[in-house]
Structure formats: structure tokens, C-alpha cells
Ligand binder design. Structure first.
Ligand code: N01
Length: 535
């Protein structure tokens, strides 16, 4: 067993961990990043499935901390593909000399707080220990794979793949019969691509999604030059918009407009805004009647695309508000169901029973398959934070502290867990906004706090329990003003059986959130206790 000593232990070498390393190293701290995988990039390393792309525009889903980086990187498409994003992250790691402090194949299995020494010790699967004053969990919100256990899995003679753990070698679909379970973003992105190659694709759908067209396009040299000439303004627009995507909120209610005016607004959003469709009116996620207008518009679009009446009916989402589950952004998803080689099974009406030697059995009969693709998502938001056993003050683990759902102060700190920070943790906007912006906001805020602690000679910072309770109550109140709780979604912990059902993110927008955390910092980190003499 070997022991290592640094100032800050960071868990995860995705976008968040690398940004933390770069910034904290720049502040003069010794940082070690522990990464379970064989390279940097986090989810963008694992999710290599066909069709994987970001559905936030490339120029916004990228780091804003370096003008030179912004100017020299050339995105090729409006929405970058997974290989391009991975190349970008690897470029960043090379360019800023980050690799030397990233330790690969180091899965953190436990971390313990030592009150006397005022430090964390993280232990990796292979028995190494890494001690540091601070522990930063940069583990991502969607990084613990959810893999339903279907009976009979061992008997299945075909191949089983999960979108979030896709093989690094190419998967050939030609001449094969493929089943896809799951119709969230990963399913919706991969199904059109797989069906262009496979002999036959059967889609097993539990909940139909609302999906809007991506309208992918290559980025021309002129567009690239125009964005780069004014990149700072683009970043500023993003940071001062509630979504972090730069969309100017429409102050009108969907109910203020006539049906014709509304259709024109929705049509424009459908044609170019992608994910921003849900922001076409300010109240789409606040008011059921307003939401119904958007949902009706989407259902009409789906109905106009899908030719077979039975399939069309199954694809129409009817039992939750549009946007209350994460909406998807697609390239020809609904059109795919007009192909001869694609079939849709509604597993609510026709439940999956088991895998057999030759395929998947649902209540109505057998579906012969050579490959089964699980696009079944993640144990979201808390999954990767709770995977290692994190033990804070008085031997209390994070899993115990969060038994009834995650409680944090500002999504950054947890009472009873001094010197522990989560990047885009529960209680922050995280997945409800441009997560890259959220990452940079958090890292800069944490760097500011750590610098101040060093300057003032503090060794320990801990969220105040009352401040944490007030923050948690505040975000739940805000969530109750929205339609989010009306859907069964991973925002609410519905994706994993037995997970507490509670809204886990800050729903007030990333602009408002930034104001709050900046004010907290300006007020001397109000709601945090700073103390302990630095050794
Ligand atoms: O996962 P999901 P995902 N039997 O949880 C179904 C981000 N992302 O990997 O809705 C049958 O959304 C489940 O059904 P239901 C993005 O934030 C981004 O697709 O629970 N079905 C659902 O249809 C996204 O939201 C990009 O009823 C089962 C699906 O599997 C998030 O990642 C690309 C089942 C899971 O959908 C997660 O997306 C991809 C079962 N036992 C992903 N269990 C970008 O472009 C689950 N399902 C940035």
C-alpha cells in the first residue's frame, strides 16, 4: 500500500475534474486527479454508441477559461459528435499539461475525513491512498450506468451492449437483428443510426419521449470566424441566461397568444432551437395549460411524421408535461419508424418477461435478436457520489446523510462533510442548464474559497446545517412551483427503484444561481463555517 499527499484530491477526470486541476494548480495547490478509466473525458469516453452527440451547441459546450483555446479549436458541426468532444478534451489535457497529475485506473472506493489532521484520505480499488486537505467530487451527474437485470440474461446467445459502456472496437450491425431497450436521449440518438445498418431493429419503449429536431449542420469558416470574433459576448449571453445556453427568455405566457401566433412561435423554435424549444414561452414548465399547448404542438409534429397509425399512437407522449422529463434532441428519430426494418413494442402494454437463448420475450411473444442494446440510462445525480463510501465527521457516511434524498448547501457543500465539494452536485442547477457553464462556475467559486482560506490561514470549511436546510427547503419550494414533479424522471429519483422521490436540482436557472453563490462569497461565505488553523 502506498500513500500520497497533495492539497486537493479530485475524483474524476472528465470536464469537471480537468477544469478543477487546471484552475487549482494555477492557484498554487498540489492536485491529484483520480480516474477509474483509461483516459480523460469522463462520460464522453464511455458513451461511444452510434450517433452519440452533444445536444448543446459545440461553441457553448466547451471551456470558456482560455481565449487562446477558444480561438484555436475548430468545431466542425453545430452539435459535436462524441469522437470530436473526446478529441477536444484530450487536446485540453495536452495543451494545459494536465496528464501528469491525472492518475488513471484509480477507482476511488472510499474516502474518510480525519478531524484531527483536518484532511481526507481517499482509497482506490488497488489499495493506494491519497490524502489531501480537500476532496472534490467531479464525478458527473450521469456516469453510473443503470443496467436492468432481465431474467434469462445468461441464456441469451447474442451480444448485450449498454450505450454508456460502449466497446472501443467498432460494433457491426449489418445483417443482424437488434433490439434497443430505452427511448431517452441515448436511444433516440442511436436508433436512427443503428437502423440504417442493421437487418432489423425492434425498439422496446416504456415511456415515449418528447423529442425536437437537432437540425445538425456543419460549421462554415464564416460562421466559425463570426463566433470567434465575438466569443466573449456569446459567453456573456450564455452566463446571463437562465439556461446557460444564451436563449433570451420569452416573457410572454403561451396563453397570451392566439393559437396561430403560438404555432408560429413553436414552429420557429422547432426549426432551430433544439433543446431551447422548452423555453419558447416562459411558463411552459410552470403552467399545465401553457405546457399543454407545447405538448399538443409536438404531438401534431410526431403524428405528421409517423405513417403507421398503431406506431404513431404508441410514440405519442401523453402522461407527463413536455420538458418535465429531460426532452430529447434528435436527427430523424420519428422518421426512423417509417422504415420497413424498424418495429416498436410498447413494453407498458406488452411487458418484457425475460431474455431467451434467441432473443427477448414480451408478454405477447418472442422477438428474435442477435444484439440487445440497453439504452437504459443512469443512476443519475447521486449515483456516482454515493458509489464510494464517503465518511465524514463522527463516522457518518454520505449515504446515511442522504437516506431521504440529497441535502446540500448550494449543491457545493454538505454539513458534516468538511472540505468536501461536489461539482455540479445535487442542489445546484447541474443538468437543468448548460452543465459546462455550471462546472466552470463551481470550479472558480471553489478556487476563490480555497485561496481565501489559504490567505486567512483557515484549514477547514463546512456547510452550516441550518443554511443547508434552508437551501434544501428553498429548492423544493421552487420545484413545487414547476411541473417537474408531475413526471416520473431522474430529476426526481424515479429511475432507480427504492431511491427517495425528491426533486434534486436547483430549478431557478443558472443566472439566478450564480447571483446567489456570488453573494454568498461576497458576504464572507455566509452559511459556511471557516476555521481550524492551517498546519
Ligand atoms: O437515459 P434516460 P439516456 N425497461 O434515463 C428506459 C444525457 N444524454 O442514457 O422513461 C424498459 O434518459 C427508460 O424508460 P422510462 C441527457 O441528459 C445527453 O437515454 O424510465 N425501459 C428510458 O426510456 C439524458 O437525459 C446526450 O420509462 C427501461 C430509457 O430507458 C441523459 O443523459 C446524449 C428500463 C433511459 O433513458 C440520460 O439519457 C445522451 C426497463 N427496465 C444522453 N429501464 C447529449 O446529447 C430504463 N428504461 C448531451
Amino acid at each position: 500500500m502506498t500513500g500520497h499527499e497533495v492539497d486537493v484530491v479530485v475524483v474524476g477526470a472528465g470536464f469537471a475534474g480537468l477544469r478543477a486541476l487546471h484552475t487549482l494548480r494555477g492557484a498554487g495547490l498540489r492536485v491529484a486527479v483520480l480516474e477509474s478509466g483509461d483516459g480523460v473525458g469522463g462520460v464522453w469516453r464511455w458513451n461511444r454508441y452510434p450517433g452519440a452527440r452533444c445536444d448543446i451547441e459545440s461553441y457553448d459546450y466547451s471551456y470558456g477559461f482560455s481565449d487562446d483555446l477558444e480561438q484555436e479549436w475548430r468545431w466542425s458541426e453545430r452539435y459535436a459528435t462524441q469522437p470530436e468532444i473526446l478529441r477536444y478534451v484530450e487536446h485540453v489535457a495536452d495543451r494545459f499539461d494536465l496528464h501528469r497529475d491525472v492518475h488513471l485506473h484509480r477507482r476511488v472506493v472510499a474516502a474518510d475525513w480525519d478531524d484531527d489532521g483536518a484532511r481526507w484520505t481517499a482509497r482506490t480499488e488497488d489499495g493506494d491512498t491519497w490524502a489531501g486537505r480537500f476532496l472534490i467530487m467531479a464525478v458527473g451527474n450521469l456516469s453510473t450506468t443503470k443496467r436492468p437485470a432481465f431474467p434469462g440474461e445468461d441464456a441469451f446467445g447474442g451480444e448485450i451492449l449498454h450505450t454508456a459502456e460502449w466497446p472501443t472496437t467498432p460494433v457491426a450491425f449489418a445483417g443482424r437483428r437488434v433490439g434497443v431497450v430505452g427511448t431517452g436521449s441515448s436511444g433516440i440518438q442511436s436508433i436512427p443510426v443503428i437502423s440504417r445498418e442493421a437487418e432489423h431493429v425492434t425498439v422496446f419503449q416504456r415511456t415515449p419521449a418528447f423529442s425536437v429536431p437537432a437540425r445538425h449542420a456543419p460549421v462554415s469558416d464564416e460562421q466559425d470566424a463570426a463566433i470567434k470574433a465575438d466569443y466573449a459576448a456569446r459567453r456573456a449571453r450564455a452566463a446571463s441566461s437562465p439556461s446557460g445556453l444564451g436563449f433570451v427568455p420569452n416573457r410572454r405566457s403561451a396563453l397570451d397568444d392566439t393559437p396561430e401566433e403560438r404555432d408560429a412561435v413553436f414552429e420557429r423554435a422547432w426549426d432551430g432551437d433544439g433543446f431551447g424549444f422548452v423555453l419558447a414561452y416562459h411558463d411552459l414548465l410552470l403552467d399545465q395549460a401553457a405546457n399543454d399547448t407545447a405538448a399538443d404542438f409536438c404531438r401534431a409534429k410526431i403524428s405528421a411524421i409517423v405513417e403507421d397509425p398503431g406506431t404513431r399512437e404508441k410514440l405519442l407522449p401523453t402522461d407527463y408535461p413536455m420538458g418535465a422529463k429531460r426532452p430529447c434532441v434528435d436527427s430523424g428519430y420519428y422518421e426512423t419508424f417509417n422504415r420497413e426494418n424498424v418495429a416498436l413494442v410498447d413494453v407498458r402494454a406488452d411487458p418484457i418477461e425475460r431474455l431467451t437463448a434467441t432473443g427477448l420475450r414480451t408478454a405477447s411473444g418472442d422477438h428474435d435478436l442477435d444484439v440487445l442494446v440497453l439504452a437504459t440510462g443512469f443512476d443519475a445525480i447521486t449515483g456516482s457520489l454515493l458509489k464510494p463510501t464517503i465518511t465524514g465527521r463522527d463516522g457518518v457516511t454520505l449515504a446515511e446523510a442522504w437516506r431521504d434524498g440529497p441535502v446540500t448547501y448550494l449543491g457545493l457543500g454538505v454539513a458534516g462533510f468538511p472540505n468536501l465539494f461536489a461539482i455540479t452536485g445535487p442542489g445546484s442547477p447541474a443538468l437543468l442548464a448548460n452543465v459546462l457553464l455550471g462546472i466552470e462556475q463551481h470550479v472558480d467559486w471553489i478556487a476563490g474559497l480555497l485561496t481565501r482560506m489559504r490567505d486567512e490561514g483557515h484549514a477547514v470549511v463546512e456547510a452550516d446545517r441550518d443554511a443547508q436546510e434552508r437551501w434544501t427547503a428553498h429548492l423544493l419550494e421552487r420545484a413545487d412551483e414547476t411541473l417537474y414533479p408531475k413526471a416520473r424522471s431522474y430529476y426526481m429519483g424515479d429511475e432507480v427503484e427504492g431511491k427517495p422521490r425528491v426533486f434534486m436540482l436547483y430549478p431557478g436557472g443558472i443566472r439566478q444561481y450564480r447571483r446567489i453563490i456570488e453573494r454568498v462569497a461576497a458576504d464572507g461565505y455566509e452559511g459556511f463555517h471557516l476555521g481550524g488553523a492551517a498546519a
